[in-house]
Structures are given as C-alpha cells and as structure tokens.
Design a protein around this ligand. Structure first.
Ligand code: GEK
Ligand code: PPY
Length: 243
C-alpha cells in the first residue's frame, strides 16, 4: 500500500476548506490514518481475527467506507475459502481507484465487490460481518440510526458489526485529557502545531463524534443483543455489536 507522507496541512493556509476524501487525501491516506488514529494497525489486524471467528460459509462481509481497502485485505487474508463475498463500498472515486489496485496486488479465493457509492444506499443482505471502521462519524448524525437499522436487518443471527469511531465525552475534564493525549500522539508522529490545528479546523463541520453512551443506546435500540468496546486508545474506540 502507498505510503507517501501526509503534508497536506503543513503550509499555512488562509481559508481552510472542509475536509474531503479527495485525490490529495487518498494519495497520502495510509500515512495520514496511521499517524492520526492511535491503534489503527491493531484494529486492522484484529478485524482479520474477528472475521476468522464470525464469518460463516456462503455469507457476505461488508466493509462500509473501505478507503484504500486495509480492512478488506485483513479480512480476506483471514477467511480462506468460505465461499463468501466481501462487499467494499466508498463514495470517493480516488479511494476506490487506489483500493482496486491494492486488492489486485494479492491473490485470493474470496471475490470483492468494490462499489463506488454511498453507504446509505447499500442494501445489506446475508451478512455475517459488517465493518464501519471510522466511517459513521462522517455521516450526518440524523442518518446514523437508519444506517444501523439497515445493517441490523441484513445481518444473520449471530452476525457481528464492528464499529470504530472517534469518541466524545460528557465529562469535560475527561474530554480535554483524552484530546490532549491524542494531540501528543500526533506530535510524536511528527505533525506540527500548524498541521494539527489546520486539520482540526477542516474536520470541524465534517466529523461529528458521538459518546459511547449514544452508540450503545442506538445499537441496543436496533435490537443488537450484545455490545461492548473491545479496543480503546485515548478518544478512539472500536466496538462490537452482535445480533
Ligand atoms: N456516505 C458515505 N458513503 C460511502 N463512503 C463514505 C461516506 N462518507 C464517508 N465515506 C468514506 O469513508 C471513509 C472514512 S475513512 C475509513 C477508513 C477505512 N475504513 C480503513 O479501515 O482504512 C476514516 C477516516 O479517515 O478517519 C473515507 O474513505 C470516505 O470516503
Ligand atoms: O486526524 C484526526 O485528528 C482525526 O481525528 C482522525 C482522522 C484521520 C484521518 C482522516 C480524518 C480524520
């Protein structure tokens, strides 16, 4: 996978436009997400382990907001020959083009249906595993419930949703502590104060994190029987919900 360095916010800019998954971001995304999201590598690896445990023969796996295909690749590597199809969806053409190349670099028995489209328009069917790895936070909050309902309806009994998200916290002291630890993580990965603050502005209207409580309540309302956080580092968490 491409590892060009993310310098998108390195130069001072007068008008910071809203963050978009455009050609520029897609070209550096692998580096950007690894230097910005603590635990990303561990989460990608564990998605493969979870797939080995939950993906049943003749079912489908959905990777919603697949970006460059890291989650799909990890899952595909771990499920061997189960007569499954992975449906990988992203609405950024730049991401999908690169994702296609990344998937093509490995041979596998598991076909991937790569769709350039909106995850709100995808019908989920016969799914044993659905992955939303840091994608739902970019959807308008009003659209989150119906997306999760669509996922719940399309999951087989015993099927798993893995939902990774940046979190907000009700307690202001906890919010600023975990925010600060995340900022230190970005600094230690070589981002300057300018890069950090310009990216923060660009994400302000685009990425709307929920609290853990909001996630739990919404998932339980859909009918998910089991819920927990399986990973958290600072203000980034990955949750599992099982039907
Ligand atoms: N409505 C939408 N429909 C389709 N795609 C969307 C939509 N909104 C956003 N996206 C896509 O969701 C992805 C979010 S990145 C996911 C990382 C990946 N899961 C990974 O495991 O590497 C997370 C991040 O950058 O923090 C982008 O590729 C968007 O184009
Ligand atoms: O960079 C950040 O501050 C984030 O919150 C995570 C992120 C990672 C990659 C793209 C957009 C947001």
């Amino acid at each position: 996978m491409n590892t060009s360095q993310d310098t998108i916010y390195a130069q001072a800019c007068e008008n910071i436009s809203d963050f978009q998954f455009d050609e520029k971001v897609a070209g550096v995304f692998n580096d950007m997400i690894r230097r910005s999201v603590p635990g990303y590598g561990q989460i990608i690896k564990t998605l493969g382990d979870l797939a080995d445990k939950y993906v049943t023969p003749d079912s489908r796996v959905y990777d919603l907001g697949c970006s460059l295909g890291a989650a799909t690749l990890s899952i595909r590597r771990n499920i061997g020959s189960r007569n499954c199809t992975i449906v990988a969806v992203d609405n950024s053409e730049s991401m999908i083009g690169r994702c296609q190349e990344n998937l093509g670099a490995y041979v596998s028995d598991t076909p991937v249906d790569l769709i350039c489209g909106d995850i709100r328009d995808i019908n989920i069917e016969n799914a044993s595993m659905v992955v939303l790895n840091f994608t739902m936070q970019f959807l308008a909050p009003k659209d989150r419930e119906s997306l999760l309902n669509n996922i719940y309806q399309g999951l087989k009994p015993g099927g798993i949703l893995v939902l990774s998200e940046k979190l907000n916290f009700e307690d202001d002291s906890v919010q600023s502590l975990l925010d600060d630890l995340h900022l230190d993580f970005k600094r230690s990965n070589g981002y300057s104060e300018l890069e950090i603050s310009q990216k923060r502005s660009s994400l302000e209207h685009v990425m709307k994190p929920d609290t853990l409580h909001q996630h739990e309540v919404r998932l339980k309302e859909q009918g998910f029987k089991h819920f927990n956080v399986w990973f958290q580092c600072f203000n980034f968490a990955s949750m599992v919900a099982i039907k």
